[in-house]
Design a protein around this ligand. Structure first.
Ligand SMILES: Nc1ncnc2c1ncn2[C@@H]1O[C@H](COP(=O)(O)OP(=O)(O)OC[C@H]2O[C@@H]([n+]3cccc(C(=O)O)c3)[C@H](O)[C@@H]2O)[C@@H](O)[C@H]1O
Ligand SMILES: Nc1ncnc2c1ncn2[C@@H]1O[C@H](COP(=O)(O)OP(=O)(O)OP(=O)(O)O)[C@@H](O)[C@H]1O
Ligand SMILES: NC(=O)CC[C@H](N)C(=O)O
Length: 558
């Protein structure tokens, strides 16, 4: 078996951009003319996930033209490319091996994921046959993403006598996902003894972040090549009878003490890629956000500055009578350190005007959250006006903990088109802010912003902890209830106070309507509030859960 050179094209493919994705593939083939095989990710031609675009007949036609163009361009090498393939009335999620105008082999994905963020059974039907092609003396199997997460597809492929397999992927990021992938691939290799070349997509697509991190595993389960996290790139590996070598160096093995650092670094890079790609792919000139001197907007602006560059960012401080001098100073200082455009627009006259106009209707009502929400809404209106006028995208700054319990104002601080930290729990917001400062070597987020007690500053001397349990407790309860589906009683049994669990679970349940209206933002946890968790808004099961907890409480008291 003569050595073979395989280029791993861990590139960014935009959903729906069939022409430019095809151009990317054709350019890459030209650049990799000395490779024997160039491998592109799952559904590279259409981008992943194309969702209901797949219902369009014209979409199919364009994919057909693209395949021919790529086959014609694969003059010196073979191109292994993912695409949807219609056969009669049936649509498959497929991979084709293209060379000199023809298709040498085609495989249809057998395991179609229908859980979490995935919805493939809405569109595709499963294939049933393994596929192996022969190139320069190598017998090479083909698999697509979810196929690898089950033993059978690879087991059936190796029965056809293969030397190694190519698996093309569109595998989205979440915390510890790379470890999960390594574990799954090692299992597959141990079951089959078959080396795997794993090629992942790399780019942001609405709430998904494809983090690349492609890899090559040899027949003993050793990782012989690992590609970067969240960086599009294309590099070659050499595969021969005696093993696999890579031009790409392995990154240093993870030390346990560096584990937390690495984890935060991966999240940071995923959030940065997500902001950059959302802004770029949707044609915005830059972003605008309210900078309050608090940690949520402080972290969001630091991530945005890294993603887009300071010249693309407009920060607006919008003080009211409850805004402290510390907030004003910290916001200004952060804007200065980052070098972004910074304006101060007072909301006092706007708020007063609302109150004056509403006076007859509000007469006789005591002050409540209405007045607080008017402050947040005045800011939202200003930011949207700036967005309309300048063509910049408003970033909304809510974190996962706030969105979970509805601690945010509809059409107020929820105003905006993209929510970069919506899946980041508040405890991780603090950790990420410290991490950003440590890696930047300077205070991109002023330390005082990180250390002061969080406050919405919507009422005098207000802090978040006046109305919520401490964030450590809150995040743990949210994690168990939302990400782990624990019953509230089990959460109490795990050591949390019944009052806290009752309050938090109730708030999570009644605020589904708010989250449903919130802006899109990147998934980084095992379950985000969007595609991953689809709860009904009108939901009376919540009364069952509440009844259960209150009944247990009164039983305990008696
Ligand atoms: N099931 C349902 N389906 C559809 N709509 C529903 C609904 N239930 C209420 N609504 C509507 O939603 C309204 C209530 O929502 P909304 O107007 O947002 O107001 P609301 O949730 O009552 O108040 C906002 C909360 O967020 C806190 N907050 C606000 C701003 C910033 C921060 C911060 O962390 O800095 C915190 C604030 O202290 C307060 O606790 C109702 O008046 C009603 O119009
Ligand atoms: N004075 C302000 N000027 C500009 N924007 C503001 C102001 N107050 C609030 N906002 C906007 O509303 C968002 C929500 O406010 P909130 O107080 O929850 O967040 P934060 O101030 O960033 O962080 P924290 O909750 O930790 O104080 C802010 O992130 C910011 O975008
Ligand atoms: N596109 C897919 O089939 C993705 C599913 C897979 N389990 C992953 O996230 O890696």
């Amino acid at each position: 078996m003569k050595p073979i050179s395989v280029a791993i094209a861990q590139l960014d493919f935009t959903v729906g951009a069939i022409r430019s994705n095809t151009a990317t593939i054709v350019d890459c083939l030209a650049q990799q003319s000395d490779a024997d095989i160039v491998v592109f990710p799952e559904l590279a031609i259409t981008g992943y996930p194309p969702e209901d675009l797949l219902f369009r007949a014209d979409f199919d036609e364009q994919v057909g033209h693209a395949l021919q163009q790529i086959a014609d361009a694969a003059e010196k090498q073979v191109a292994v490319v993912g695409h949807p393939q219609r056969v009669g009335n049936e649509l498959f999620n497929s991979v084709s091996v293209l060379h000199r105008g023809t298709c040498l082999a085609r495989y249809h994905k057998q395991r179609l994921p229908q859980y979490g963020v995935f919805d493939e059974q809405r569109y595709f039907i499963p294939g049933h046959e393994p596929c192996v092609f022969s190139w320069q003396g190598h017998q090479i199997g083909l698999l697509i993403c979810e196929d690898l997460w089950h033993p059978e597809p690879l087991q059936r492929t190796v029965q056809l006598d293969v030397d190694w397999v190519i698996a093309i992927n569109a595998s989205p990021f979440e915390v510890d996902k790379h470890q999960q992938r390594l574990h799954v691939l090692q299992q597959r290799v141990h079951e089959s003894g078959c080396p795997i070349v794993y090629v992942n997509n790399c780019g942001g697509q609405d709430e998904l972040v494809f983090d690349g991190h492609s890899l090559v595993m040899d027949s003993t389960g050793e990782l012989v090549a690992e590609f970067p996290h969240c960086q599009p790139c294309c590099e070659k590996v050499q595969i021969s009878a005696s093993g696999i070598t890579a031009d790409k160096k392995l990154s240093a093995p993870r030390q346990s003490d560096a584990y937390e650092f690495q984890r935060l670094e991966e999240v940071r890079q995923a959030l940065v890629l997500s902001i950059r790609d959302y802004v770029r792919k949707n044609g915005f000139k830059g972003v605008t956000l309210g900078l309050s001197g608090g940690i949520d907007s402080g972290l969001t602006i630091a991530l945005a500055a890294e993603a887009l560059g300071a010249d693309k960012i407009h920060a607006v401080m919008m003080p009211f009578r409850y805004t402290s001098k510390m907030s004003l100073d910290d916001a200004e200082q952060q804007a200065k350190v980052l070098g972004v455009k910074y304006d101060v627009i007072a909301i006092e006259p706007i708020y007063e005007s609302f109150m004056q106009q509403l006076a007859p209707q509000l007469d006789g009502h005591s002050r409540d959250v209405t007045e607080e929400n008017l402050q947040a809404r005045s800011r939202g209106v200003l930011l949207m006006a700036l967005s309309n006028k300048t063509g910049s995208l408003v970033l909304t700054t809510g974190n996962k903990s706030e969105l979970a319990v509805g601690y945010c104002t509809l059409y107020g601080d929820m105003c905006g088109g993209f929510a970069p930290i919506k899946d980041v729990p508040k405890t991780m917001v603090f950790a990420l802010a410290r991490h950003m400062n440590a890696t930047a070597g300077t205070e991109v987020i002023p330390t005082r912003v990180i250390e002061r007690p969080p406050s919405a500053e919507l009422a005098p001397d207000q802090t978040d902890q006046d109305s919520l349990p401490d964030y450590d407790t809150l995040d743990k309860i949210i994690h168990l209830y939302v990400e782990q589906d624990w019953n509230p009683t089990a959460i109490v049994d795990a050591g949390f106070s019944r009052a806290d669990v009752l309050r938090v679970v109730r708030l999570i349940d009644i605020n589904e309507y708010k989250r449903r209206q919130g802006a899109v933002g990147p998934k980084i946890t095992s379950r985000n509030f969007s595609k991953d968790r689809r709860y009904p808004i009108t939901n009376h099961y919540r009364y069952e859960l509440e009844r259960q907890l209150t009944a247990e409480e009164s039983h305990e008291k008696n």
